[in-house]
Design a binder for this molecule. Structure first.
Ligand SMILES: Nc1ncnc2c1ncn2[C@@H]1O[C@H](COP(=O)(O)OP(=O)(O)OP(=O)(O)O)[C@@H](O)[C@H]1O
Ligand SMILES: [Mg+2]
Length: 304
C-alpha cells in the first residue's frame, strides 16, 4: 500500500451549475497532520464529505486507507474518527449514553465501549458531566464531547471539520495538546480550520483552497517564507490611506485591511522610527505568519 492515507486526484463536485470543488488534488501521508484552509464557502466541508462517502464526486479519484471512495467508504470508515463541522449529538441522551450509542454504531461490544468511556471523558474534560443530558451542556462542552466521541473506535485517521470552533482559549490549547499526542502515537489527521495559529502549530503541511481550487500547498513555515518572506508592521489608529502614502516608500509592500495598514518590511527600523512617539497611533512589529499568507492569497477584503 502507498504511504498516503488519503489521496485526492482531480476531484470535482458540482451543485447545480456551480462547481464547488474544482480539480482538487492533494494527498495526506500516513502519520502527518494535513490542513485544509480556505475562506467560507471554499469547499472544505464538501471535500471532507466526499472523502467520507457522504457526498458523491462528479469526477476524479479518492482513496482513503487504501479503499476506493465512495464504493468502499463503509469499510474505510471503520478506521476513521469524524468530527463534523456542526455537532450531531443526541440531545436527549446523557454524555455517557452518547458515547455508548456511538460505540454500538461501530459494532463495538458494550463492555469494550464502557471501558473506553472514562478515557474519553478525561479527553474532553467532561468527567463531572457524564450523566448530564447533552441539551444541558454549553456549546463548547458539546464540541469537546464530539471530539472525544470521534475516538471511540480508536481510529487510525481523524477527519475533523473546524475541530476547535466555539472553544474557549483554554479548551483550544487543551485540544491542541491532545491532538499532538495522538499524532505522536502515529495517527493521521486531516483538519479544516479558520485559526491560522492552529494550522501553524499542528499541521505538517496544508493547502489553501479558494472556490474549490488549490491555490497554495506546503509546510506552514515554507509558505510564510515563500509568500511573505519578511517582517510585518501593523498600524492602526489613524486614516490607513494617509498612513500608507507616508510609509509606503519605507516598506517593501503595503496593504490596507479595514482600519489596519500592513507594512511588509525587510528592515523595520525606518518605519518604527517614523511612528515612534506618535500620539493616538498603535503599531506592532512582528514576524510574518500564516494569516498574512492566507489574507494575501485570498484577498484581505471580505469576499461574498
Ligand atoms: N448540499 C448543497 N447543495 C448546494 N450547494 C451546496 C451544498 N453544500 C454546499 N454547497 C455550496 O458549496 C460551496 C462550498 O460549501 P462548503 O460547505 O464546502 O464550504 P466550506 O469551505 O466548508 O465553508 P465554511 O468555511 O463556511 O464552512 C458553497 O458555495 C455552498 O453554498
Ligand atoms: Mg465548512
Amino acid at each position: 500500500m502507498s504511504n498516503n492515507t488519503i489521496e485526492f486526484l482531480e476531484v470535482e463536485k458540482r451543485y447545480g451549475d456551480k462547481t464547488v470543488v474544482d480539480g482538487l488534488t492533494f494527498h495526506v501521508r500516513t502519520g502527518e497532520c494535513f490542513g485544509l484552509l480556505g475562506p467560507n464557502g471554499a469547499g472544505k466541508t464538501t471535500t471532507l464529505k466526499m472523502l467520507l462517502g457522504i457526498a458523491e464526486p462528479d469526477a476524479g479519484t479518492i482513496r482513503l486507507c487504501g479503499e476506493t471512495i465512495p464504493a468502499r467508504a463503509r469499510f474505510a470508515r471503520q478506521r476513521i474518527g469524524v468530527v463534523p463541522q456542526f455537532d450531531n449529538l443526541d440531545p436527549d441522551f446523557t454524555v455517557r449514553e452518547n458515547l455508548l450509542v456511538f460505540g454500538r454504531y461501530f459494532g463495538l461490544s458494550a463492555s469494550k465501549t464502557r471501558a473506553m468511556v472514562p478515557m474519553l471523558l478525561e479527553f474532553a474534560r467532561l468527567e463531572n458531566k457524564a450523566d448530564a443530558r447533552v441539551s444541558e451542556l454549553s456549546g463548547g462542552m458539546k464540541r469537546r464531547l464530539t471530539l472525544a466521541r470521534a475516538l471511540i473506535n480508536d481510529p487510525d485517521v481523524l477527519v475533523m471539520d473546524e475541530p476547535t470552533t466555539g472553544l474557549d482559549p483554554q479548551a483550544r490549547h487543551l485540544i491542541w495538546e491532545r491532538l499532538r499526542s495522538l499524532l505522536g502515537r502515529g495517527k493521521t489527521i486531516l483538519l479544516t480550520t479558520h485559526f491560522m495559529e492552529e494550522a501553524e502549530r499542528l499541521c505538517d503541511r496544508l493547502c489553501i483552497i479558494e472556490e474549490g481550487r488549490k491555490i497554495a500547498e506546503g509546510a506552514p513555515s515554507a509558505l510564510v517564507e515563500a509568500e511573505i518572506g519578511c517582517d510585518v508592521i501593523e498600524v492602526y489608529g489613524a486614516s490607513p490611506a494617509a498612513l500608507r502614502d507616508e510609509l509606503a516608500p519605507l516598506a517593501t509592500r503595503t496593504e490596507i485591511s479595514g482600519e489596519t495598514l500592513f507594512c511588509y518590511v525587510r528592515d523595520a527600523g525606518p518605519v518604527n522610527a517614523r511612528l515612534a512617539g506618535r500620539a493616538g497611533l498603535r503599531y506592532l512589529h512582528r514576524p510574518a505568519n500564516l494569516e498574512d499568507v492566507f489574507l494575501r492569497l485570498t484577498g484581505r477584503e471580505m469576499q461574498e
